[in-house]
Design a binder for this molecule. Structure first.
Ligand code: SAH
Length: 254
């Protein structure tokens, strides 16, 4: 059996969004290192760096030292082609719900080509709808339905463990099937779509977010390829040009 490729683990990011307790950041770093993961991204941590984080990290201080602190989730996801949100709550924001083992297989397959990410939420509020809208799938740890909320670092441990087991058991992975668009390109497409729909007066400019979340859910289900994003953006540009030539809608004439 060929040994599993360490580069795959290096392509898997653990993203912690708006973590409140620095001790959890340290414990998450330890959970990662015990399973061979090292790429920690912190989106607006409340307190970091911090002595409690260092203490809880124990011998995983190197993971903390290399952690990337980001101001937005989009920044933490730069360069990735797949982001899976880890959440106990089944919300209607993300269509696909995966088990930790399924998510590990998906992440390792994609990690052969591009970096990928697991995104964890804040201790009190979990992941926001907006944060989940930036993910293509949802990972739920099937826990006791009467009390299903694990400690943040414990959830990182469960997912990191599953990634390691999958990695050990499958030293080679099938090639990723598609030439997936990067998440930055997909975010640029969503911005273009929102502007165009506003120009076409299809979106209610007062509350565009509900429809945009539904459209994000739709496109996340299809896993867009690079070429498809280019085609969709070309269609949007044509629609914008046609609208500009036609001028504002004359409601009296309708
Ligand atoms: N009260 C929050 C729970 C936060 S726990 C809520 O209801 O969403 C902190 C983080 O740990 C969560 O955002 C999620 O990323 C992870 N987590 C905890 N329990 C989980 C579970 N059963 N399934 C998936 N993720 C879980």
């Amino acid at each position: 059996m060929t040994p599993a490729d360490p580069k795959l683990l290096a392509n898997i990011r653990i993203v912690l969004a708006r973590t409140s307790h620095p001790g959890n950041i340290g414990a998450a770093a330890r959970a990662m290192k015990t399973m061979g993961l090292s790429r920690l991204y912190l989106v607006q941590p409340h307190v970091f760096p911090n002595s409690q984080a260092d203490a809880m990290a124990a011998s995983a201080g190197d993971v903390l030292a290399q952690a990337q602190v980001c101001t937005t989730l989009a920044e933490a996801l730069e360069g990735t082609s797949l982001a899976l949100g880890v959440s106990a709550r089944r919300r209607d924001i993300v269509a696909e719900v995966l088990t930790p083992a399924e998510s590990a297989a998906r992440l390792l397959t994609e990690a052969q080509a591009e970096p990928v990410a697991l995104v964890f939420g804040n201790e009190t509020n979990g992941l926001s709808n907006d944060q989940l809208g930036q993910c293509q799938g949802l990972v739920t740890i099937a826990a006791n339905p009467e009390y299903s909320s694990l400690n943040l670092a414990a959830a990182v441990q469960v997912l990191s463990y599953e990634v390691r087991q999958a990695w050990l058991q499958h030293p080679s992975w099938p090639e990723p099937e598609l030439d997936a668009a990067s998440l930055e390109d997909i975010e640029r497409f969503y911005a273009h779509l929102e502007t165009t729909l506003a120009e076409l007066e299809f979106l209610n400019p007062g509350s565009p977010s509900k429809l945009m979340l539904k459209l994000r859910r739709l496109f996340a289900r299809t896993r867009l390829e690079k070429e498809e994003v280019n085609i969709l953006r070309g269609i949007l540009t044509s629609a914008q040009e046609a609208k500009r030539l036609a001028g504002p809608r004359n409601r009296m004439a309708e």
